[in-house]
Design a protein around this ligand. Structure first.
Ligand code: C2E
Ligand code: CA
Ligand code: CA
Length: 767
């Protein structure tokens, strides 16, 4: 029996020693304390086994003495461990010294006891079971009680520490300390129990090793894991998403509150419902199909539809065996809304809420891809001089017009149509060929015309139609084609709908050719000026208007109507104008040198020039360069140019006049400026639009307006020039009405400079 006991004890001691070595690798604050505990427990066990096994009384006394002494130290190590583990650090140095001194004295006392027997004696005793004889402790003296007192004091300290910690700690962490405390109490119970049973081997010795192992397990391994699991379960419970976990058999292991809400399952008895959900989800799926997957679904929570991203994930063990799975449903509503909002903003027009250019292009492309065989029309609209609506009636009214157009488009758009606002006042609609009705646009235009009730400005809208013959073309190109059609309308207000056809396509090609030739034309001096004489009431030649001509190497003399609009559209006009102005100045300089310094030249300034050229710098620079009188260089500006950005323009005109230039309003009456605006504009000359002249033959109304314009101009002290004068009657009428200067075929067509000079000479000699 004793041998068996010794065997068990020694192998435990050996295990502890091996454990101590292995623990070295475990990184934890309490690992050193645990390792001391292992060592101390091993030594204590070995000393007890020795005491029981030896047959010599003195040796047995020494071994028991050591066993008792080591018990002191074992408990001290346990105390140190408890301190570390519970992190209740006591700074009581006196207490510590007392404990160490007590244990030391007890150790000495136990060794000396071999000779003095002041603590205990050993006696040959028979084992209660089996009857084997061994040396057991007998005749315990008062000093033995001192030893017990030391041990139990320490034990009580350890107990107190653990109990305090257990009580202080949050419920979740309590387990960590409680398990150690329970193991400790178990050993104590065993130990105390042994004290009441005489002549038995001390089983609690084995328990020492057990407590060491238990302590090690609970403080280093088992407990932390439990806490991680619990903490994770908190995380999962608190998570905004729903989560459900199923085991191998499809039993619901876990489902958080959110999952219950989503599946509308009561928390109580949720497992049954969850399993049903899983079974239904699985239904029809093959084992092989059971793959991780992610999908989107909608759930209604408290009456609100929300978008969830759901995931199904398999759980695999280390050997890649399927052990369970989980579902994760995450609310992506806000993200989705944000993305949708961003997308909406990127593809929709803020003002009207319909597609913007990007959105329109994308939507059309999609439609075309869906049914490439269906015939469609691309239609783009453009309001004539829309900027004027803003200028004359204010931005608010302008916005209202744009919104109205969007509304009309929305109202008329039939199934399969896409419409949007491409920019400013440009709208586009792409519809099925059979849905296209020209009259629709006529109505549309009538409605718009009523929106800005004004005598001076009537809103004109033009619509370009491109029948989509090549659906693979980029949508932007289709829109460009429809726009090109619009641009061919020019000033014909009656022409509302214009189709993109071969003529336009040819014109396009022609346009491209012109642009390609522009730079060479400038560098080779192919552009020249013709001068159209301007004559006073007296018949005296005052000067003329410089009008550009392109002396093309192949096409001969090209009139400006063929290329000016192209260059205006494509942004080349300022280069050409700059060149023409220079020619005019050089001519004025020559005349000055030839003694014809009183002749003037009027030059045209395109509305586009104001955006690309510093007008003031350029003209003052030219005048200084050629040393000419600014009075002789007259600047022709159209109404439209003045009306766009009225404020800056007015101050520019003031500055030019202050320098000495004369400003002429060209084509007055063709646009929308009211007679009143004349008062506010700092100009010197009004050039009446030729259109009026041709109309005066037909109506009294035009005549009335003409008369009013002339008399008003006179009242304002402006010079009136009549353009496009073709007949003697016109001259008579205009002279009568008060016109100062005449320009027109009646007097002369625009002439080559040399012809103009010859005409001048002959007139001089005629006088
Ligand atoms: P505009 O400035 O109104 O010039 C007058 C135009 O009317 C000239 O046409 C002239 O030949 C024409 N005309 C003159 N008298 C009569 C007449 O009795 N009956 C008719 N039916 N027509 C008459 P042109 O030279 O073909 O110029 C056309 C337009 O081209 C000009 O109109 C002007 O807007 C523009 N333009 C001409 N040269 C330049 C230039 O150097 N720069 C810019 N930006 N535009 C120019
Ligand atoms: Ca002109
Ligand atoms: Ca004119």
């Amino acid at each position: 029996m004793i041998e068996v006991f010794a065997g068990v004890c020694l192998s435990l001691a050996l295990t502890l020693m091996i454990g101590m070595i292995l623990l070295k690798k475990v990184k934890n604050a309490v690992t050193p304390s645990v390792r001391y505990l292992f060592a101390m427990a091993a030594i204590t066990i070995v000393s007890y086994v020795t005491a029981v096994v030896v047959q010599d009384q003195r040796a047995a006394t020494l071994a028991y003495g050591l066993y008792f002494a080591f018990t002191d130290w074992l408990v001290i190590v346990l105390l140190l461990y408890a301190e570390k583990y519970t992190e209740i650090v006591r700074k009581n140095r006196v207490g510590k010294i007392l404990i160490y001194a007590g244990a030391l004295l007890d150790t000495v006392s136990m060794v000396v006891n071999v000779f003095t027997h002041h603590v205990f004696k050993v006696e040959q005793t028979e084992l209660l079971i089996g009857g084997e004889s061994y040396f057991a402790v007998a005749d315990k003296r008062p000093m033995y009680r001192v030893h017990l007192a030391i041990v139990y004091t320490l034990v009580v300290l350890v107990l107190v520490l653990l109990i305090v910690k257990v009580r202080q700690t949050l419920k979740l962490y309590r387990r960590k300390y409680r398990m150690v405390l329970y193991s400790f109490v178990c050993v104590l119970v065993l130990n105390v129990g042994y004290r009441f049973t005489k002549f038995t081997l001390d089983i609690s010795v084995i328990a020492y090793s057990l407590i060491a192992i238990a302590v090690c397990y609970f403080s280093l391994f088992y407990v932390p894991k439990i806490i991680v699991v619990r903490l994770l379960s908190f995380v999962v419970r608190e998570m905004e998403g729903g989560i459900m976990c199923f085991d191998l058999e499809g039993k619901c292991v876990y489902a958080n509150q959110m999952a219950c809400r989503l599946l509308q399952v009561a928390e109580k008895g949720k497992n049954g419902s969850m399993e049903r959900f899983f079974a239904e989800w699985l239904a029809g799926k093959q084992a092989g199909e059971l793959e991780d997957r992610t999908w989107h679904e909608e759930y209604t929570i408290e009456g609100e539809v929300r978008y969830f991203e759901s995931k199904f994930r398999r759980l695999l063990d280390e050997d890649k065996n399927y052990v369970g799975c989980y579902f994760l449903m995450q609310d992506r509503t806000e993200e989705l809304r944000k993305i949708e909002y961003e997308r909406y903003r990127a593809t929709h027009d803020e003002l009207t809420g319909i597609y913007n250019k990007t959105g329109f292009y994308e939507a059309v492309r999609e439609k075309l891809n869906q049914e490439p065989e269906r015939r469609r029309y691309m239609i783009c609209s453009d309001i004539k001089d829309f900027k004027l609506v803003n200028e004359l009636f204010g931005l608010e009214q302008g916005d209202r017009v744009l919104k109205r157009i969007a509304e009309i488009l929305g109202r008329e758009a039939l199934e399969g149509s896409v419409y949007g606002r491409l920019s400013g006042d440009r709208f586009a609609i792409c519809l099925y060929e059979e849905n296209f009705r020209e009259w629709l646009f006529n109505d549309y235009i009538k409605e718009l015309a009523t929106m800005v009730p004004s005598a001076v400005y009537r809103m004109h809208i033009h619509v370009g139609v491109y029948p989509i013959t090549e659906p693979d073309l980029e949508v932007s190109v289709m829109c460009d084609r429809a726009h090109l059609a619009v641009q061919t309308v020019k000033d014909d207000y009656q022409k509302i709908v214009v189709y993109y056809d071969d003529a336009i396509s040819d014109a396009m090609q022609h346009e491209r050719k012109l642009i390609g030739e522009f730079d060479t034309a400038i560098s080779e001096g192919q552009f020249t000026i013709f001068v159209q004489p301007q004559v006073a009431r007296t018949g005296e030649l005052l000067g003329g208007e410089a009008l550009v001509r392109w002396n093309h190497p192949q096409r001969g003399m090209v009139p400006p109507g063929d290329f000016i609009p192209v260059f205006e559209r494509t942004g080349f006009i300022h280069k050409l104008d700059r060149y023409v102005w220079e020619l005019a100045c050089a001519q004025l300089k020559r005349w000055k040198e030839q003694g014809k310094g009183h002749l003037h030249l009027s030059v045209n300034i395109s509305p586009k020039d104001f955006y690309n050229v510093d007008i003031y710098e350029t003209f003052t620079g030219l005048v200084e360069k050629y040393q000419i009188d600014p009075k002789k260089l007259k600047l022709e500006i159209t109404e439209t140019a003045i009306m766009e950005g009225l404020k800056q323009q007015l101050s520019l005109l003031e500055r030019l006049r202050a320098y000495g230039f004369e400003i002429e309003i060209d084509d007055f009456g063709s646009g929308y400026s009211s007679l009143n605006t004349l008062k506010d504009i700092a100009v010197d000359v009004v050039k009446l639009d030729m259109g009026f002249l041709s109309k005066t033959e037909h109506g009294d109304r035009s005549k009335t307006i003409m008369n009013a314009m002339i008399s008003m101009s006179k009242q304002l002290g402006l010079t009136v020039v009549a353009e496009g004068v073709e007949t003697e009657e016109q001259v008579a009428y205009l002279t009568n009405a008060g016109c100062d200067i005449f320009q027109g075929y009646y007097f002369s067509k625009p002439l080559k400079v040399s012809d103009f000079e010859a005409k001048y000479e002959s007139e001089l000699s005629a006088r």
